[in-house]
Design a protein around this ligand. Sequence first.
Ligand SMILES: [Zn+2]
Ligand SMILES: [Zn+2]
Length: 341
Amino acid sequence: MLAVRAHEPGTPPRLEEVPRPEPSGSEVLVRVGGCGVCHTDLHIVDGTQDRVALPVTLGHEVAGWVEAAGPGATDAPGPGTPVVVFGGWGCGSCRECAAGAEQRCAASSAPGFQADGGYAEWMLVPHARHLVPLTRLEPARAAPLADAGVTPYRAVRRAEPWLMDGARVLVIGAGALGQFAIQYLRTVPDAGSGLTVAAVDLAPGPLTRARELGADHTLMAPDAEGVRAELGGPADVVLDLVGADETLALASGAVASDGLVLLVGEAGGSLRFGFDGPPVEAWFSTVAWGSASDLRDVVRLAETDAIQWRTETMPLEGALDAHARLRAGSIDGRLVLVPGG
Ligand SMILES: [Zn+2]
Ligand SMILES: [Zn+2]
């Protein structure tokens, strides 16, 4: 089968012919219907991403159809069932896994990072509990839900205690993740329509889309003063979907005392922490992907048309072109690689 594999940090991934895997034990073989192309894939290729085991088949944003299951996969959906693949593959027994946060498990692996992922015609999933069945959406359409869709969902869910009626929210990065985040903000119970939401980006296209999806204000590359002026005060919640030094500095400069900054994007930035830095008593947290339960929620929202997102499909063989386009920033939505597409 065809697979796009990363071998050495700093060298382009290669399209290769590799053996089709066979499921054993509890494993499920999924025929890939689509795999989203994420900025994190670029970080993996560049060698700037932590916890990666090369060589590896890229791709952590996968949906497809159940093809076959190992003899121990007694709870696997039947062959042909369309599924989204949850990518935080925990041990299943530690405290994090028991709490339903398998993506935080210290022993976890993830497709496209340490295990072979979805830039391929087929992929192995270690257990049927990592599959979320689809009832209506096509896999190539649903693939972005597995990462771009679920990660901002988790961020908004974790921010809910701060999202009171009248709260000011800054969303940094109005690409695919930001567009999902804005829609989730609008559905927060008792607060969605009462929030003031500003979206920030470096390009006008995503900002136009952000406004269509519910952002009250859009700003191109502002400073913290500009954000505060536009929001009418400091932000109660900042979602940094980029995660560069510059965006974290903007987040820290725009957040209120006792406000919350959630770091979602993995551009590798960092922020100095101390009394001479952010506003006093502001809260800072990273967001770890999403849980399986978060992904089930997002699939439910998607299948009832409660959220919108844009996809553009490209053939699997076009993976390198897809990376070049992502680096150039010329994408509005999510690129999805489709085997045989
Ligand atoms: Zn990703
Ligand atoms: Zn675990």
